[in-house]
Design a protein around this ligand. Structure first.
Ligand code: FAD
Length: 317
């Protein structure tokens, strides 16, 4: 079932969460161990992130620093299919522009279609950690909108290979990312909103937001989207703080602000166990208010750990 079908049939705010593929070398049990404690909250669907290759530097036998291109978290398509088959829960694999050319993207979409997966979150992918720039693969997409267009084209039976005799249209429900506090690279909120609207006009059927810690940011964002003519569901993304380092890491990595009250509470903590508890309570308060406001679904960022998400879900659902 598509995410839009889930939202349309829901009587109240849906529970959903995002998982990362395990680091290479681990097995599928890591994923199932993260899902199992959350089953009692009847997740409507589960997102699986995608991680492109990255350059890491290793020292060789001669002591020289040499670059290696590695993917630490492969397996998004296989993990998505395994989850859907084992639990009968719909999945939303993330598909990124980075690391794919258009032909490889088409093949990945065909794989997902064959596997009976009807949802995809179309995103650009992170910029390179070292250069801070996003570099597409040759003949790949530079912005998420181009990926949305490609999926929307495939939904109309427009394949890249024009010589095909049979062109069965796919049926993907397409989600995209949105940023209540603006994307880090965007010069201003209006510019960001303009590009978000273009993604929706190109075929995106719903938006999932970047994490935020002050619900006012989400409500303002929804108002701005509606004023800009964006009418699709906007699913808030919630991430509980869990370690003290998040105070500096999250604003730096995701360009989000942390309210002073939350910062003060975290700074008072003597251990990360206490920080985790503060994060749970803050996220419960956020999610309760969002639920009262009638948001269609809440997307919890698990980072592969589900004990705190289970505690939040218990407090909210
Ligand atoms: P885009 O929509 O391409 O936007 C990127 C920037 O370019 C924005 O500043 C935008 O305003 C601007 N822009 C957009 N279109 C144009 C245009 N045509 N011309 C000029 N400027 C333009 N990353 C991963 O690597 N894997 C994941 O699985 C993953 N999942 C995510 C899930 C969610 C819900 C969110 C919010 C983010 C996720 N990310 C993931 C992070 C994401 O890849 C980064 O935030 C990335 O920097 C931007 O992705 P985007 O799809 O929003 O890009």
């Amino acid at each position: 079932m598509t995410i839009i079908d889930h939202i349309e049939r829901a009587q109240s705010t849906l529970f959903s969460f995002e998982l990362l593929p395990p680091i290479k070398g681990h097995n599928l049990e890591t994923i199932f161990d993260a899902i199992n404690p959350l089953l009692e909250f009847s997740p409507a669907y589960i997102n699986v992130t995608y991680h492109r290759e990255e350059v890491v530097y290793r020292t060789d036998e001669a002591g020289r620093t040499v670059p290696r291109i590695l993917r630490r978290r492969p397996g998004t398509v296989g993990i998505s299919a395994a989850i859907q088959t084992r639990y009968g829960i719909d999945v939303v694999p993330h598909l990124v522009c980075g690391g794919f050319n258009r032909w490889e993207t088409e093949d990945a979409l065909i794989d997902l279609d064959f596997l009976g997966i009807e949802n995809v979150l179309a995103i650009r992918g992170d910029a390179d950690k070292i250069t801070g720039r996003f570099t597409p693969k040759q003949d790949g997409h530079t912005h998420a909108i181009e990926l949305v267009q490609q999926v929307a084209d495939l939904n109309k039976g427009h394949y890249l290979d024009e010589a095909l005799e049979v062109r069965t249209p796919t049926r993907f429900c397409i989600g995209v990312a949105g940023y209540p506090e603006k994307h880090a690279e965007s010069p201003n909120p209006q510019h960001d909103l303009q590009h978000l609207k273009a993604k929706v006009d190109a075929g995106a059927q719903y938006i999932v937001t970047q994490m935020f810690f002050d619900n006012k940011a989400y409500f303002r964002f929804v108002d701005s989207c509606r004023q800009a003519g964006i009418t699709v569901p906007i699913i808030p993304g919630i991430k509980p703080l869990s370690v003290k380092e998040h105070l500096s890491m999250l604003p730096k990595t995701f360009a989000v602000q942390l309210p002073s009250e939350l910062v003060t509470e975290v700074e008072r903590c003597q251990s990360n166990a206490q920080v985790r508890q503060v994060g749970i309570e803050w996220a419960i308060a956020q999610a309760k208010e969002l639920r009262s406001a009638g948001v269609p679904s809440i997307h919890f960022y698990t980072m592969g750990k589900s004990d705190n998400i289970a505690a939040i879900a218990r407090g909210v659902y």
